[in-house]
Design a protein. Structure first.
Length: 570
RNA sequence: UGGGGUGUAGCCAAGCGGUAAGGCACGGGACUUUGACUCCCGCAUCCCAGGUUCGAUUCCUGGCACCCCAGCCA
């Protein structure tokens, strides 16, 4: 059976307009882009895996690069803090961006590529009297910063002569001092109502080897400084980031203005994505991984791109989702149902159909010869003949879904019940005649029935209506499998962000593993990553880590919409 | 209590002074060899109060609510 290829997918979708694109249009119309082309960048910190919030930013930045003439988007690793960043994450991040369908071409960058330039800019700041080496302790800096309502106090080192600061800064770089002994600060305004402008630290001593620059540096630049100047160096025109950086913009602009950067980039902020029944901060996700609440960053319940890929989400579903949630400055929490809808829509046309029984109940067709086998032909997609057909072996004993039988059914239950006739999909019409019970518990362990021999293929010979159609797998030819049913990670729509409370908020039903499922034989030996619709159940993907042809493991990507179940649930 | 933001349906979100797009969710119906898919139908006067205007969700004034900021994190 053919499998869906998940390793590559272009991103041809064009994104809807939004306020950022409108700003860019206005800048272009006003002739503000010196090179005439828009340049954006996606600047992840390599300290964890990318999540769907990053996908929003990726689609924004790379989408603009795709849609504007001659525009480009740089993939720039913001690797300014070697104490918490790892090269491993860089590789995974690149995979995720590629899988999402975007291509940075030869525009792979690192903030660390600019450490020499950044060092030069810092020296210029010192020379021009706009920065100084401060020798206060971390605690002293904190206490002299003031509060939200009180101004801070000037550092006693604030008026240190530039020559002295220059000398100290050089020696900081040379590794002469302990961490925390000195720090380089911008000289702005300790009384600013914007705390970010109260002489922010721009370089700190850190004796940590960097994944790319090794032991060359003993000082590393802080975010605001590195970000503004990396953007400037790359001639980024529009630096798009999330809302929490809005009050950093005056500082961003201060660096560019003070260093007299021509045609400075413009920072525009948008709101981050929140999803119901999930958490999106890297801090909390890291906590889930490190505390073992999930199996890792690629756990299919994680809102990480890698987790969603393993869950079976097609990349186009994520792109579609990002297009549909829009782009604004409003705090938001998007319902998980929207994502699920995008996933279903993306899977529906591409997923070959198959039959799999998750909780088997044996059905013996008493008037079907014991050693007979019939091969029935079934389409792989009811609405798309181009996906071809497959053969289903039928035998006297088949498994049906336990839920598809009820001894005492409610009205409009179009499934098996004593005396009821139901269609076995693509096979025969079967009437349930009897049940077999466990003599001890009384539980129904098998049902019996007779088929209408003239209904081969499932068509009633006399035109009688048979409402119910049920999926099945031959007991003799079915393939046992392990199936993992995934559901929302958190019960609450908005889980408490307290890390200590996180584990207790996990939905116990977020993962249910079933070991004795029975798959139709065509599902044996499919490759990891292959996506199917198990009819009447959901979309399932062969797990990329644990699936093997001899011991199949499938993950439920998302269930089918279930109007009947929903109605009954209420 | 300082600064920066945001307020259009249950959730997203268009709207840019001319009389409330769209999607998801929800409810109803059609079709159906997946109670799937698909298709129809229904579903808001725009945080509040004043003002300007022939006309305001859009402009002005004043409130209210919520979010972010006091890392040598990003």
């Amino acid at each position: 059976m053919s499998a869906v290829d998940f390793t590559s997918s272009k991103a041809p979708d064009s994104a809807p307009s939004n306020f950022i694109r409108q700003e860019i249009d206005a800048d272009i119309a006003a002739g503000k882009l010196p090179q005439g082309a828009v340049i954006t960048r996606f600047p992840p910190e390599p300290n964890g895996y990318l999540h769907i919030g990053h996908a929003k930013s990726i689609c924004l930045n790379f989408g603009i690069a795709r849609d504007y003439p001659n525009a480009r988007c740089h993939l720039r690793f913001d690797d300014t803090n070697p104490s918490r960043e790892r090269a491993h994450f860089m590789e995974r991040i690149k995979e995720d961006v590629r899988w999402l369908g975007f291509d940075w071409g030869d525009r792979l960058r690192h903030a660390s590529d600019y450490f020499d330039d950044l060092y030069g800019y810092a020296k210029r700041l010192i020379e021009s009297g706009h920065a100084y080496v401060c020798s206060l302790s971390q605690e002293e800096i904190r206490s002299s910063r003031g509060t939200l309502t009180e101004a801070g106090r000037d550092s006693p080192w604030r008026d240190r002569p530039p020559e002295q600061s220059l000398d100290l800064f050089r020696r900081m770089c040379a590794g002469e001092f302990e961490e925390g002994a000195h720090v380089l600060r911008a000289k702005i305004d300790m009384a600013s109502p914007n705390i970010n402008l109260r002489d922010p630290v721009i370089y700190r001593i850190m004796h940590a080897p960097h994944p790319l620059t090794g032991r060359k540096w003993s000082v590393y630049p802080m975010y605001d400084f590195a970000q503004a100047l990396s953007d400037a160096i790359e001639r980024v025109t529009h630096s798009l980031c999330t809302l929490e950086f809005e009050d950093h913009r005056p500082l961003y602009d201060w660096f560019l203005r003070t260093l007299e950067i021509p045609s400075p980039p413009r920072q525009i902020e948008f709101s981050r994505l929140n999803l119901t029944h999930s958490v999106m901060s890297k801090r909390l996700l890291t906590h889930l991984v490190e505390q073992g609440h999930v199996s890792g960053w690629t756990d299919p319940r994680m809102p990480t791109i890698a987790g969603m890929r393993r869950r079976g989400f097609p990349p186009e579903a994520l792109r579609d989702f990002c297009a549909r949630i829009g782009m604004t400055k409003k705090d938001n929490i998007v319902e998980l149902e929207l994502l699920e809808n995008c996933v279903r829509e993306a899977c529906e046309p591409i997923a070959p159909r198959a039959m799999a029984v998750l909780r088997p109940l044996r059905l013996v067709i008493e008037n079907f010869p014991p050693d007979r086998r019939e091969d029935l032909v079934a389409p792989n997609h009811p609405n798309d003949p181009s996906l071809g057909t497959r053969e289903l072996p039928f035998t006297r004993e088949v498994f049906i879904e336990r839920d598809d039988f009820m001894e005492d059914p409610p009205a409009k239950f179009h499934r098996f019940a004593p005396g009821k006739e139901v269609r076995l999909r693509y096979a025969w019409l079967v009437t349930c005649t009897d049940v077999v019970r466990d003599p001890k518990t009384g539980e129904v362990v098998e049902i019996r029935g007779i088929h209408d021999p003239d209904s081969r293929g499932g068509n009633s010979p006399d035109g009688r209506k048979v409402r119910g159609t049920v999926h099945w797998v031959s007991a003799r030819f079915g393939v046992p499998a392990r199936v993992r049913l995934y559901d929302r990670l958190f019960h609450e729509a908005a889980p408490s962000p307290d890390p200590q409370a996180l584990g207790g908020q996990i939905n116990p039903a977020s993962l249910e593993e079933i070991d004795d499922c029975i798959l139709e034989p065509s599902l044996a030996r499919v490759p990891p990553g292959a996506l199917f619709q198990f009819e009447r159940s959901g979309y399932f993907v062969a797990d990329s880590e644990d699936h093997a042809p001899d011991s199949p493991v499938f993950n439920r990507t998302v269930s089918l919409r279930d109007t009947w179940g929903r109605k009954r649930g209420r």
